[in-house]
Design a protein around this ligand. Structure first.
Ligand SMILES: Cc1cc2nc3c(=O)[nH]c(=O)nc-3n(C[C@H](O)[C@H](O)[C@H](O)COP(=O)(O)OP(=O)(O)OC[C@H]3O[C@@H](n4cnc5c(N)ncnc54)[C@H](O)[C@@H]3O)c2cc1C
Length: 415
C-alpha cells in the first residue's frame, strides 16, 4: 500500500472475521487507512450475539498451536502455523487488553466473565469507533472487479460502484453454492458447501422418553466407516446429541451428506470396556448377586432408566433376578451395551453452533497473508474459506486468527 496517502480498505461482511480484520487493520495503519465494512443485514455481529446460547464461546483454553489445530476437520494444516502467530492465548490477551476478561469452563470452552455475548460486541464496536471504521449496513456487495491499476471496484445494491485499494471477503459460510457466483466470476472456485455440527435423528424412537440422559464416555462409530468419536453422548427427544456426536458430524460432514443423512451408528455405551470385559462383568454379577433384581446394577454406573431400557432391548424380563439370566441373555445384553446399532434418518442442526463445511479452497489463498492467489489485493477471512472446527469455540478462534493475519499482511503490504 502507498504509505504517503490515505488508503481505502473494504471489508465485506460484519461478522466475527470481518470485524476483527477491520478493527485490527484500522489500528495497525491508523491514521493512514479508511476502513468501510459492508454488511447486507440490518445488524452487525449477529452470529456473535446468538452464539454459545447468548454467552459467546469466544475461544478454547488450548494454548498449544498444534493441539489447537487438531480440532479442525478442514483447515487444520494451515491453521497450525497461523495459531503460532495468533492463537487462543493472543485472543484472550487481545480482549483482556480491551477490558473483556475471559474465563475457561471445565471442558475448555472460554466465555466472557459477564457470560454475555454483548461484552464481545461492545468491545469490537468500541474498537471500530476508536479507529474511525465506517459500517454500511443493509448494503450487499454484488460484484468485485479488479482494475488495471491494482485497485478493486465493488458494486453494491446501494451505490453504483466504489473503488478500494484492498478488499477483504468475510461473508461467512454461504450455504448455497449459487451464493458464490460473484466470487466464481473473478476466477475463484468453491468447494461445495454442506452443513457441519448437527445431531442425529432416529428412525425409531427407542430412547425418546429418556431425553436428557447423558452418558460419558461412550464410543460412537458410523457403521462400515472409519469415523469414530469418544466422549459424552446426550439422548434427545429426536435422537443423539452431545460432544461425541457433534464432533462426529463435523469429521464426517461430507460423507454423511453423500449418504443423505441415512446411516447406522454403533455405540459402545461402556467405553473403554470392550465386549469381552463387559461379558465377564455380567457373568460375575450373576455369580455375586444371584438374589438381586436384574434391574439393579452397580458395576457400570449407567442411569437406571437407561439400564432398564437395555434389558428391554435385550428381551430380558425386568422381574428376573440375576441368577435367572441365561447365557443367551447375557450375550444379547453384552451386544446391546457394547455394540448397539441404531438407524439414523436425518439430522437436526445444533442450536448452539452450526457451521458450513466447504467454501473457498485454501489452495487459492496465501496461508501467510490470506491474500487471494488469483486477485492481488483481495483477501479472505473466516468461514467463507474451507475452514471449520468442531464445537467448543474453535470456529470463532479461526475467524480471529484469519482476521489478525490478514490485518498484519495488509498493513505491511507495500510499506
Ligand atoms: C447459532 C450459532 C451459534 C454459534 N456459536 C458459536 C460459538 O459459541 N463459538 C464458536 O466458535 N462458533 C460459534 N458459531 C460459529 C460461528 O458463529 C461462525 O463460525 C462465525 O460467526 C464465522 O464468522 P464469519 O465472520 O466468518 O461469518 P459470519 O458470522 O456468518 O458473518 C458473515 C457476515 O457477512 C454478511 N454477508 C454475507 N454476504 C454478504 C454480501 N454479499 N455483502 C455484504 N455482507 C454480506 C452476512 O450477513 C454476515 O453478517 C455459532 C454459529 C451459529 C449459527
Amino acid at each position: 500500500m502507498d504509505t504517503s496517502k490515505t488508503n481505502k480498505l473494504a471489508v465485506i461482511g460484519a461478522g466475527a472475521a470481518g470485524y476483527f480484520t477491520a478493527v485490527n487493520t484500522a489500528r495497525m495503519m491508523h491514521p493512514r487507512l479508511q476502513v468501510t465494512i459492508f454488511e447486507k443485514g440490518r445488524d452487525v455481529l449477529s452470529k456473535v450475539r446468538i452464539s454459545g446460547g447468548g454467552r459467546c464461546n469466544v475461544t478454547h483454553h488450548c494454548f498449544d498451536a498444534e493441539r489447537l489445530a487438531e480440532n479442525y476437520p478442514r483447515g487444520s494444516k494451515m491453521l497450525r502455523w497461523s495459531f503460532e502467530q495468533f492463537g487462543a492465548a493472543e485472543t484472550v490477551k487481545w480482549f483482556e487488553e480491551r477490558g473483556v476478561k475471559l474465563k475457561a469452563e471445565e471442558d475448555g470452552r472460554m466465555f466472557p466473565v459477564s457470560d454475555s455475548s454483548e461484552s464481545i460486541i461492545q468491545c469490537l464496536k468500541k474498537e471500530a469507533e476508536k479507529y474511525g471504521v465506517k459500517v454500511a449496513t443493509g448494503t450487499s456487495v454484488q460484484k468485485i472487479e479488479p482494475q488495471h491499476n491494482g485497485t478493486i471496484r465493488l458494486t453494491t445494491n446501494k451505490e453504483k460502484s466504489v473503488v478500494f485499494d484492498k478488499v477483504v471477503v468475510a461473508t461467512g459460510g454461504l450455504t448455497r453454492e449459487k451464493a458464490y457466483d460473484w466470487l466464481n466470476e473473478i476466477g475463484h472456485s468453491v468447494i461445495k458447501p454442506v452443513p457441519s455440527l448437527f445431531t442425529f435423528n432416529f428412525r425409531e424412537k427407542i430412547f425418546s422418553d429418556l431425553s436428557g440422559i447423558s452418558v460419558n464416555p461412550v464410543q460412537v462409530q458410523i457403521a462400515d466407516s472409519a469415523f469414530s468419536e469418544i466422549g459424552p453422548l446426550l439422548i434427545t427427544h429426536w435422537g443423539f446429541s452431545g460432544p461425541a456426536v457433534l464432533k462426529l458430524s463435523a469429521w464426517a460432514a461430507r460423507f454423511l451428506y453423500d449418504k443423505e443423512y441415512r446411516f447406522d451408528v454403533v455405540v459402545n455405551w461402556l467405553h473403554p470396556l470392550n465386549e469381552h470385559q463387559v461379558r465377564e462383568k455380567l457373568i460375575s454379577a450373576r455369580l455375586g448377586n444371584p438374589r438381586k433384581s436384574v434391574t439393579k446394577q452397580e458395576q457400570f454406573l449407567l442411569p437406571s432408566r437407561l439400564w432398564i431400557r437395555f434389558l428391554e432391548l435385550s428381551e430380558i424380563t425386568v422381574q428376573k433376578n440375576w441368577a435367572d439370566i441365561s447365557n443367551k441373555e447375557i450375550h444379547r445384553l453384552t451386544a446391546a451395551l457394547t455394540a448397539g446399532r441404531y438407524t439414523i434418518q436425518g439430522k437436526t442442526t445444533f442450536k448452539e453452533e452450526f457451521v458450513t463445511c466447504g467454501g473457498i479452497p485454501l489452495e487459492e489463498v496465501n496461508p501467510d497473508t490470506l491474500e487471494s492467489k488469483i486477485v492481488p489485493g483481495l483477501y479472505f477471512t473466516g468461514e467463507v474459506l474451507d475452514i471449520d472446527g468442531v464445537t467448543g469455540g474453535f470456529n470463532f478462534q479461526a475467524a480471529w486468527t484469519n482476521g489478525w493475519l490478514a490485518a498484519r499482511a495488509i498493513s505491511e503490504s507495500g510499506s
